[in-house]
Design a protein around this ligand. Structure first.
Ligand code: JSK
Length: 447
């Protein structure tokens, strides 16, 4: 038996995103986003699902806040749907959209929870995609204008801000692999998008400071841990590239002000290069206040010639897998946090997402999701080890409060600590909800 005890000022929370939970896709003056378009394109989403209704949190946010109050969290991470604020991406502000988020934020504050707001969690206004989306630098201007409206509206209410969620997904997964909206398969395009996200991030941080907005701002890249299979230099290098795609490509510009040479050189061999304009790297590397880390999984891998983009293949080590097929790899969580801390310096870190997919539903009103409890325990042990080793962890927000629209997986994959019945929209707290509640309440758990 051991007690895993967290720092007294540790913030606990849950995370969600607008398109995944809100529904009300054609209400409140909301314009279409690229996810409306993509999810209605045949063959893109499992079972042809879409976010038209999702968890209906647009109408049920009071119930969801009540659930979180019962859970006892300090902080709720949600995202703002850009097309609720600017239905066409630019132009007139849609006040009804702004008002919805005021109601949500006021409800959180009235119930003693702090909002953490993500400005971009993937639902780009379709009107901007029609003009080239993130490939077009005009989208950077539009994003900055949208962010400015939100900063001015919510100054003093929202104290924690995130510019971009998972820029790797927005760029490479969505524009090179093609699995997410807008579904392109073009490496140069994906590199352009990643760079423009970086510039938009920097411009937004700068604007945040110029406006004198209260609070702290950061971004939330998703990371994986890639462990070499052997001590051979080829395996080490292959894993460095596979990991560098998530880490260095998205951290070096922000923290160092340059793209990593080992990745630039590799991508050059694939015929692509970053198109950097004068002043971009200075803009991108504005100091930020905290780092958000989204971590789910990792793997052991090795060199294999012509395999994928990086001559890298994964080796199945027989780790437990969640229902979405991802390795349960808590050691990678510890390693990635200590790696980032050593490489980029000790910056305040919020775990903005960590969680697991287990698909069991209610039986006689109870959801026995032992796998999720086990996943949470293992990852919180790893997190605790990283804190003991000097990583400056400020908070932990589990993904997700609710089962929700899991992008290309539709409603088939369940990450919630609360089950949602998609026909009745009834919420059922899972066993993991009660375990998390107890852990938050104590600020420790026993293993
Ligand atoms: C979960 C990553 C944000 C929040 C959650 C999906 C993801 C993903 C999902 C990679 C991926 C698919 C598929 C094929 C082959 C090459 C969300 N986080 N979430 N985060 N990331 N693979 N390379 N690694 O719903 O909205 O790849 O990839």
């Amino acid at each position: 038996m051991a007690i895993i005890q967290f720092p007294a000022d540790m913030k606990w929370g849950t995370a969600t995103a607008s398109y995944q939970i809100e529904g009300a896709y054609n209400e409140g003056g909301r314009g279409p986003s690229i996810w409306d378009t993509f999810s209605k394109t045949p063959g893109k989403i499992v079972n042809g699902d879409n976010g038209d209704v999702a968890c209906d949190s647009y109408h049920r946010y009071e119930e969801d806040v009540e659930i979180m109050k019962d859970l006892g969290i300090d902080m709720y991470r949600f995202s703002i749907s850009w097309p609720r604020i600017f239905p066409n991406g630019t132009g007139e502000v849609n006040q009804e959209g702004v008002d919805y988020y005021h109601r949500l934020v006021d409800e959180l504050l009235a119930n003693g929870m702090e909002p953490m707001c993500t400005l971009y969690h993937w639902d780009l206004p379709q009107a901007l995609q029609d003009q080239g989306g993130w490939d077009n630098r005009a989208t950077i201007n539009a994003f900055e204008a949208y962010a400015e409206v939100i900063f001015n509206e919510f100054n003093g209410k929202i104290k924690h801000w995130i510019t971009f969620n998972e820029p790797w997904c927005v760029s490479f997964l969505s524009n090179y692999i093609g699995a997410h909206a807008p579904g392109n398969r073009d490496l140069q395009l994906a590199v352009n998008v990643a760079h423009h996200l970086h510039v938009a991030h920097g411009r937004t941080v700068k604007r945040f400071r110029e406006l004198g907005t209260e609070g702290q701002i950061g971004y939330a890249p998703n990371v994986e841990w890639n462990e070499p299979y052997s001590t051979s230099q080829k395996d080490i290098d292959a894993c460095r590239r596979a990991g560098g795609w998530f880490i260095e490509w998205f951290f070096d510009p922000v923290f160092i002000g340059a793209y990593p040479d080992f990745m630039v050189d590799w991508l050059e061999k694939k015929g692509v290069s970053v198109q950097i304009e004068e002043g971009d790297m200075e803009m991108i590397s504005q100091p930020i206040d905290f780092l958000g880390i989204n971590y789910y999984t990792g793997s052991v891998g090795r060199f294999k010639e012509n395999e994928g983009l990086f001559d890298h293949e994964r080796v199945d080590q027989g780790y437990q897998k969640t229902d979405i097929g991802w390795n349960v790899y808590p050691e990678g969580f510890y390693k990635v946090l200590t790696y980032i801390n050593e490489k980029y310096g000790t910056i305040p870190i919020y775990i903005t997402e960590n969680g697991s997919c287990y698909n069991e539903g209610p039986v006689d009103g109870r959801v026995r999701d032992e796998g999720r409890i086990d996943y949470l325990k293992q990852h919180l042990i790893a997190l605790h080890r990283s804190i003991e080793d000097g990583v400056n962890i400020k908070g932990y927000l589990t993904w997700s409060l609710l089962d929700n629209f899991e992008w290309a997986e539709g409603y088939s994959m369940h990450f919630g600590i609360v089950h949602v019945d998609y026909r009745t929209l009834e919420r059922t707290k899972k066993d993991s909800f009660y375990w998390y509640k107890q852990t938050i309440g104590n600020n420790w758990f026993e293993v």
